[in-house]
Design a protein around this ligand. Sequence first.
Ligand code: NAD
Length: 387
Amino acid sequence: MNRPRTGRAKRVKKPEQPNAADVFGLADDLGPEKVIHVHRPAIGLRAILVIDNVAAGPAIGGTRMAPDVGLDECFRLARAMTFKNAVAGLRHGGAKSVIIADPAMPPNQKEEIIRAFAQAIGEVTDYIAGPDMGTNETAMAWIADEIGRSVGLPREIGGIPLDEIGVTGFGLTIAAEVAEEFSNVKLDGARIVVQGFGAVGKHAARFLCEKGCILVGASDSRGAIADPQGIEVADLIRIKEEGGQVADYPRGKKLDRDAVIDIPCDIWIPAARPDVINVGDVDRLDCKMLLQGANIPVTPEAEVKLFERGVLSIPDFVANAGGVICGAVEYAGGTQASALAIIEEKIRDNVHAVLAESRASGKRPRIAAQNLAEDRIKRAMSLRRWR
Ligand code: NAD
């Protein structure tokens, strides 16, 4: 070993240990603050929790259950929650968790896995779980039963059932209403297409059609339908609630699942999986507005191309904040009526601010929204002791 010959030994600075997120090239000034990997092979539990930023308070973010989710998707969704909660002005930071498993597994096994996941994150008190794809109010009740911390609970235990009310679809409709001023789309008579006729998609269709829109296309994981004359939203909702598929709708034309991208419309609404619109799909879209119900449904390159083509794309974390705002109101002990009023006020103000800034600066709405979010997060970080 080489020692210095004279005087005190120089302290050698140890290289900083990269954390898991650095290894994947994900970390930046905002986060992630913690990345936790849970592995219980005996019961088939494998999960990831990414707590991105907690400057504004304990992070709220959904628990997604799907067989094909990983760290990258979890981190990108956690960052979307950081932005979403900051733009909405909530006292909560952003996080996301994913359980890598098939949500259609037998109910007993699903309950065991979700309860074990809750136990594993019990001491991570800066994370509050919410429902997401593959989980629901019952799953949130199991988590609350284990560790006393989740939102999106059933009504019987003090929850505001956000997917039953359709708060995210309600918020998307407010966003579309505001966007009328910034586009050549008028909701009365506008043709809409919904990709993913689930909790978000069906309620978005229901609320938009109450404003005069016409549903001309819809899909779920099994297939798609198109009818330029208009699809009866109530009939399609009933078919889905009785356990059927979109393709069971008796009228219109049946299509392959991904052909939903090609259906001409005024407003195209992704309400299913991430990255469903890649740069190669942009030329297939024939719409004037893209209203982002799903989280991160459009790749960054595709968003640039949509902007160049003059399609008004309303960013996910501004437009689809209804669910998390409702969760935050529930966590603070508020009521359903107050949740709806707050969703309307916040989404109306924020969509207007983002689209007005985008028009004034010539920047894409996502850049305007990101700037707004980052300003708020940095201000919140500057108020914390550990920044
Ligand atoms: P959900 O499970 O209730 O519905 C998803 C629907 O998408 C289902 O009908 C499913 O069959 C369909 N689907 C899945 N893969 C598809 C594919 N490749 N093509 C077409 N359809 C497909 O989930 P949800 O709660 O409606 O959430 C949908 C999206 O919205 C997710 O990205 C979620 O993160 C996001 N989101 C949900 C809320 C909320 O309040 N539920 C809030 C904000 C964002």
